[in-house]
Design a protein around this ligand. Structure first.
Ligand code: C5P
Length: 215
């Protein structure tokens, strides 16, 4: 069984999907971490991100392992290094390459064959798992997402103006919504949940009841 959660950056998908998976006794798959890993390793190896064939070769050969909240690339723990602003800024080069998306889609599908999963990303309900048991499109207003991000960063000792975060977020949304393949869009049969004014526990409760109604 597969439950997909798609939506824009900062909608809280990862933490909500992780908690939902734990409540349902399902595994959790953070597909953004895969795009981050390919980007990070390409940057580390000095691969030209504009060279689609070189990035494709790297992605095809790379062994990505996701376990709990840790990520390994060819056996190296990259859990922290895939979350830097430099990686985030460069992901779009990797995520725009159709052949790289095919490779990662294949890795995602082969992971879920033997277990029940909650998967999270941008294209899970549309491209990767069109037959998912339940599809959620999780969103919130741009301002609310930027304010949440600001609070998260503050908790880690980083103070960044909400206007700057909003501008970066708008850019990422536009890139995610406008790519030729795997673009960010709600599947026709997805349930859209807007989380403005809800705290995380309320969102998890809401998703759990939506999913259980479909099981
Ligand atoms: O979810 P996260 O913010 O870690 O994803 C990072 C980026 O990876 C997204 O902005 C998007 O460009 C890309 N991505 C994607 N398809 C997915 C998951 C992430 O293109 N399924």
């Amino acid at each position: 069984m597969v439950i997909t959660i798609d939506g824009p950056a900062g909608a809280g998908k990862s933490s909500v999907a992780r908690k939902l998976a734990s409540r349902l006794g399902f595994h959790f798959l953070d597909t953004g971490a895969m795009y981050r890993t390919v980007t990070h390793v390409a940057m580390q190896k000095g691969v030209d991100l504009g060279d689609s064939a070189a990035v494709e070769t790297l992605a095809a050969a790379l062994e990505i392992r996701l376990e709990n909240d840790r990520v390994w690339a060819d056996g190296c723990d990259v859990s922290v290094s895939i979350r830097t602003p430099e990686v985030t800024r460069n992901i779009r080069y990797v995520a725009d390459i159709a052949s790289v998306r095919q490779i990662l889609n294949h890795k995602q599908r082969s992971l879920v064959v033997s277990n029940d999963y909650v998967t999270e990303g941008r294209d899970q309900g549309t491209e990767v798992f069109p037959d998912a048991t339940c599809k959620i499109f999780l969103t919130a207003s741009p301002e609310e997402r930027a304010r949440r991000r600001q609070r998260q960063l503050l908790a880690n000792g980083q103070e960044i103006a909400v206007e700057q975060l909003l501008a970066e977020q708008n850019l990422r949304d536009a890139q995610d919504q406008n790519r030729d393949v795997g673009r960010l869009v709600a599947a026709d049969d997805a349930i859209t949940v807007s989380t403005d004014g809800m705290d995380e526990a309320q969102v998890v409760d809401k998703l759990e009841s939506l999913v259980r109604a479909k099981l």
